[in-house]
Design a protein around this ligand. Structure first.
Ligand SMILES: Cc1cc2nc3c(=O)[nH]c(=O)nc-3n(C[C@H](O)[C@H](O)[C@H](O)COP(=O)(O)OP(=O)(O)OC[C@H]3O[C@@H](n4cnc5c(N)ncnc54)[C@H](O)[C@@H]3O)c2cc1C
Length: 360
């Protein structure tokens, strides 16, 4: 390495004075029909850590129709770690629409200047984050899997998969504020709720009327995915992969899942082969899950699968190859034929549950 390169590498990044005026960590509180999306609470948990590292306040940002409901969201945000909430209430914020939400969030950012703004990588969060970042002309890192602070210069270090998930890269927004990031549901742990924890509200009006908005809500049609598998929030998941050999064998995964009261998950090849529906795919291009127990049968543990399930409290891998990568991060490994082990586990759990039922 030349001397010049070494000097460049060691040079400390000093932030522009203008950027230092931005202070605080914000989390956008996403809600629909009276329900806050759990990713908002997960982000408050992560935001709390970032705010503590920076020595600043953590704020929730609530945009909603006027009423008690909005205040309830703020109260819940304090219990998940927020010190304060920025509350913007207007009839035009009753249902999510890009125009008023973008204008509202942009106005708040311009007025109070947070250094970090986090949103869930949900349909709503992705839509809003992109338009707010372009309106503010700042940097946005989508689908982050890790967030931390560079102690040298207070910058947010946003880590996310790149090159098809084969590498992780860390992105820094050096010259613009706020630093924006989205995170998929279940990537971050749910923080402990502290009942009775309180904070303060900063109310701010929205300078926008219904006539200023071209998009109109004619009807609300509930998301039918509510009736589909709720993999991200399942406590137990039994997942199967290509090692099961043929679609009929996938029934062994379903049987074990049924015995355990679990959801069924799958790796991408079996979804692509049409053995299982798309909304059961776990991984980078599927769902991120965080169950208490994840049983993986005939799954090699490729990085694109791993990023979607490594947050599980306990991973049990069943694979006939003792060198399969999944054994590098599973908590328990069973080396053997899934076609024998799955029915044996199903039988054992059924018997155990029957015994427990008999015992009352
Ligand atoms: C951009 C991109 C995105 C992707 N997104 C995803 C994603 O979201 N989710 C995902 O899962 N993948 C994803 N993939 C694919 C990923 O790279 C892997 O190809 C995939 O995860 C492998 O699936 P598998 O483990 O089922 O199959 P394989 O890698 O083929 O592994 C099968 C395993 O089964 C074992 N086995 C064989 N027979 C038996 C037996 N009888 N009993 C027990 N074990 C047995 C084998 O030893 C092997 O380890 C993505 C790839 C790319 C490029």
């Amino acid at each position: 390495m030349s001397e010049e390169t070494q000097v460049k590498k060691k040079r400390k990044i000093v932030l522009d004075e203008r950027l230092l005026a931005y202070k605080g960590v914000w989390v956008f509180i996403e809600h629909e029909r009276g329900q806050v999306h759990p990713v908002s609470w997960e982000l408050l948990g992560e935001g709390r850590k970032l705010a503590d590292m920076l020595g600043v306040e953590l704020a929730g940002v609530v945009l909603a129709a006027p009423g008690e409901e909005a205040k309830r969201f703020c109260e819940e945000a304090y219990q998940y770690g927020a010190d304060l909430c920025y509350l913007m209430q207007s009839e035009v914020l009753a249902d999510y629409r890009n125009d008023p939400f973008t204008q509202g969030l942009t106005e708040l950012v311009n007025a109070y200047q947070p250094e970090i703004l986090l949103l869930g990588a949900t349909t709503q969060g992705r839509d809003l984050a992109g338009s707010v970042a372009t309106t503010l002309q700042t940097g946005l890192t989508a689908d982050c899997t890790g967030l931390t602070i560079d102690p040298d210069n207070r910058s947010l270090l946003s880590t996310r998969p790149t090159f098809g998930g084969s590498l992780l890269c860390t992105i820094v927004t050096l010259n613009y504020r706020p630093q924006m990031a989205t995170v998929r549901p279940r990537v971050m742990a749910m923080p402990e709720k502290v009942p009775g924890r309180v904070g303060r509200i900063v109310e701010h009006p929205l300078a926008m009327a219904e006539d200023d908005i071209v998009t109109k809500v004619l009807e609300f049609i509930a998301d039918d995915s509510r009736d589909k598998p709720q993999l991200p929030f399942a406590d137990i998941i039994v997942a199967g992969g290509r090692g099961l050999g043929k679609p009929e064998n996938f029934q062994l995964v379903r049987d074990l899942a049924e015995a355990l009261g679990a959801e069924v998950g799958a790796s991408r090849p079996v979804v692509q082969a049409g053995w299982v529906e798309l909304d059961r795919q776990v991984g980078q291009s599927g769902k991120t899950v965080r169950p208490k127990l994840y049983i993986a049968a005939g799954i090699s543990g490729a990085i694109q699968h791993r990023v979607g399930m490594e947050g599980a409290d306990c991973i049990i891998a069943i694979n006939n190859d003792p060198n399969a990568p999944i054994f590098d991060f599973a908590h328990y490994g069973i080396v053997g034929d899934a076609m024998t082990i799955l029915p044996a586990l199903t039988e054992a759990f059924r018997q155990k549950l029957a015994t427990l039922k008999q015992a009352g």
